[in-house]
Write a protein that binds this ligand. Structure first.
Ligand code: CDP
Length: 229
């Protein structure tokens, strides 16, 4: 069967990565979490004090240091999805903290960061047979993708999901802080100048506010089957 490209975009914490990785496993495609790449650049910037205490970003330094940031993925059979590596070191857990979430959207709004990430993402997708999730996959990274999904859910439901995820990992967190982070990232992601989060005109919309993980998995599988008929 012909291997297609599947682009999944949507707001923060709406369950894109869960559905993308489940489908990838089911149909034997490669799954790439593009948000993990922006998170990794953010982690590098935090570790190297390119982001200052007050949140100010030393853009010139980051621009110069981009060549020192090597991002890769390695499939982790235990988790059933790829782990993220920064310069050969596994950073999968460190990139998911609220500290990184709090700084990632301004980093992802920088043109030179996006240019580099998009270049790497397009290279990963050259052969097809890929599912990528993010904010600009159906609009900028793979505008020719055969299947595009735009996922949405209410901010409160998304914050609750993120809260459950972080508490399950043992990270102490505050519901109001998470809701604030979700809303703030939504705002920055939809209002930035370069590749803002937008629904591609040919994307299918999925509001999963009241769907279980199993229901959304079945929905996506049906759409994949339809797209490859
Ligand atoms: O998992 P969650 O929905 O919280 O976000 P993510 O997919 O890990 O992405 C983290 C952040 O990276 C987003 O809030 C965006 O600011 C940025 N991002 C982006 O600009 N473009 C993408 N293709 C993916 C993520």
């Amino acid at each position: 069967m012909k291997k297609i490209t599947i682009a999944i975009d949507g707001y923060s914490s709406c369950g894109k990565s869960t559905m993308a990785k489940d489908l990838a496993r089911e149909i034997g495609y490669v799954y790439v979490d593009s948000g993990a790449m922006y998170r990794t650049v953010t982690l590098y910037a935090l570790d190297n004090h390119i982001i200052q205490q007050d949140g100010h970003i030393d853009e010139e330094r980051l621009r110069q240091e981009m060549k020192n940031i090597e991002i890769s993925f390695q499939f982790n059979p235990e988790r059933g999805r790829p782990d993220t590596y920064l310069n050969g070191v596994r950073v999968e857990d460190r990139i998911r903290t609220l500290e990184v979430s709090n700084h990632v959207s301004p980093i992802a709004a920088l043109g030179f960061v996006r240019e580099e990430m998009v270049r790497q993402q397009q290279r990963m997708g050259q052969e097809g047979g890929i599912i990528m999730d993010g904010r600009d996959i159906g609009t900028t990274v793979f505008p020719q993708a055969e299947l595009k999904i735009f996922v949405t859910a209410s901010a409160e439901i998304r914050a609750q999901r993120r809260y459950d995820e972080l508490t399950a990992k043992g990270e102490a967190c505050d519901m109001q802080e998470i809701l604030h982070n979700v809303e703030e990232r939504d705002y920055i992601d939809t209002h930035r100048d370069i590749s803002p989060l937008r629904q591609a005109p040919d994307a299918l919309v999925l509001d999963n506010s009241h769907m279980t993980i199993e229901e959304q998995k079945q929905w996506l599988l049906r759409e994949y089957e339809r797209a490859t008929l």
